[in-house]
Design a protein around this ligand. Structure first.
Ligand code: HEC
Ligand code: HEC
Length: 409
């Protein structure tokens, strides 16, 4: 296998080098090869070549807009002291994220179920397919603003205590990637590009389990979306309650409804940046706790947490369907209909969605006597959908620094 570079690569390198003004040129790791992700049919194995810019893309200390710099938002950041994002660390994480060699039979990568175009979720259906084609238990979560979840817990049921723990779990999961971690580390240690990247990221060339975890976590934390229409609007007004000058009338009306009905859960703590719940809740999907997924209660064994799930950030929600922990809703319209007329009574239903007598925005309660919904008019439903689409960030879903660094040859 001759690691020869096609001419197009020089273009890429030149471009990246000229963007990275003033940085020291660092030798590019030799092209590595990996099998392609599984596709329909049995095509002959085709080699994928690793291509990285000569100077790394910028992941550390990116310039965020002012509404991300408030004290409140900074407090939500779960980056641990011993694993800050560095440009080479996240680059190593990016390579791992897209490398099919992480699965037992070299067929799938993290990116098979977390696709950039879809804000790192899986559009394939309610459940994803693992390395042997078996379905996952739950819907693949989008990976957006994972860095800003103060509790620092991951998965729909929050069973992972830290992101560094979480990223090793899919590798070993029997359905997802089916890989023995010790074997994987040994396998990667034999790949020269991984030794080289470890050296750049961590100072010496040892490939270890801890470094694999740290680098993957750095890449996931670097997936920050902040360039949506909402972001352009919010910096132009004094209060989020004001109409945004760059929004249509429909989007502004949708925003008003969202702020009234949805924001206390989906943008808590008076901040405009993150759009995730910051704690798991029950949003009335199921009435019967016994047959359904128990959610957080499976982990904590606490009856009061039955049916509680984490909600990922709503940023880029337009691209991340199907929705909810079991992917039961195909479209945003279906989600809005749920909140309008489909809320089911359940002993742990959040008070804000429970029956009459509950004050909107009140403390989470045990549910009223009667389930309800917000009874939106068809106009309000359309406005809400229009508003949710203002959270889409084209730059995020197409940014080359988050894209597949392996190219098919
Ligand atoms: C076969 C599909 C599949 C693969 C491969 C996969 N994931 Fe996932 N991922 C999922 C599913 C499904 C969930 C939700 C599982 C649950 O909550 O029980 C998830 C959840 C997550 C979460 C939690 C997000 C949050 O906000 O709590 C992170 C982070 C994540 N995956 C990262 C990764 C990384 C890193 C890899 C590769 C090492 C990976 N995933 C490989 C399907 C997959
Ligand atoms: C009581 C808190 C609460 C309120 C109020 C609430 N939600 Fe949710 N939302 C959640 C939770 C919890 C989930 C995740 C539930 C699950 O998957 O089991 C969720 C999930 C979602 C999802 C799917 C996320 C995904 O990645 O699949 C969307 C979209 C959504 N909510 C929009 C809204 C809108 C719009 C409103 C207002 C009409 C609203 N929510 C009101 C708690 C709430």
């Amino acid at each position: 296998m001759s690691p020869c570079r096609p001419p197009a690569l020089y273009g890429i390198l030149a471009l990246c080098a000229s963007l990275a003004l003033g940085s020291v040129a660092i030798a590019q790791p030799g092209p590595a090869t990996a099998p392609p992700p599984r596709e329909a049919g049995n095509k002959p194995a085709q080699v994928r070549t690793l291509r990285l810019p000569e100077s790394p893309y910028r992941y550390a200390n990116i310039e965020l807009p002012s509404h991300f710099k408030s004290r409140t938002v900074r407090d939500l950041d779960n980056t641990p002291r011993d694993n800050p994002i560095t440009d080479w660390g996240a680059t190593l994480g990016r390579v791992l994220f897209y490398d099919t060699r992480l699965s037992a039979n070299n067929t799938i990568a993290c990116a098979s179920c977390h696709q950039q175009k879809h804000a790192f979720s899986d559009p394939a259906g309610r459940f994803s397919k693992g390395y042997e084609g078996k379905p996952t238990d739950r819907n693949a979560m989008p990976l957006v603003e994972a860095r800003f979840y103060e509790r620092g817990r991951f998965f729909w049921d929050e069973r992972a205590r830290t992101l560094e723990d979480q990223v090793l779990m899919p590798i070993q999961n029997q359905v997802e990637m089916g890989q023995d971690l010790a074997r994987l580390v040994e396998k990667l240690a034999h790949e020269p590009e991984y030794s080289e990247l470890c050296k750049k990221a961590f100072g010496d060339s040892r490939v270890t389990r801890e470094r694999t975890a740290k680098a993957l976590a750095q890449f996931v934390r670097s997936l920050v979306s902040y360039q949506s229409k909402y972001d352009e609007g919010v910096v132009q007004v004094r209060s989020r309650n004001d109409d945004f000058p760059n929004f249509t009338r429909q989007e502004n009306r949708g925003k008003a409804t969202f702020l009234q009905r949805c924001a206390s859960c989906h943008m808590p703590q008076q901040q405009d940046a993150i759009f995730s719940s910051q704690r798991a809740q029950n949003n009335g999907l199921d009435a019967d706790a016994k047959v359904a997924d128990l959610g957080v209660a499976d982990v904590t064994m606490d009856r009061n947490r039955v049916g509680h799930f984490k909600s990922p950030s709503l940023r880029n929600i337009e691209f991340t369907g199907p929705y909810m922990h079991d992917g039961r809703f195909a479209k945003l319209e279906d989600v809005i209909e749920h909140y309008s007329s489909g809320i089911k009574l359940h002993p742990t239903l959040d008070g804000r969605l429970a029956g009459p007598g509950r004050v909107a925005g009140g403390p989470p309660g045990r549910g009223g006597t009667q389930a309800r919904g917000f009874r939106f008019t068809s106009q309000e439903k359309a406005e809400l959908v229009a508003f949710l689409k203002t959270l889409s960030d084209q730059k995020f879903v197409t940014d080359p620094k988050f894209s597949d660094p392996f190219e098919a040859k």
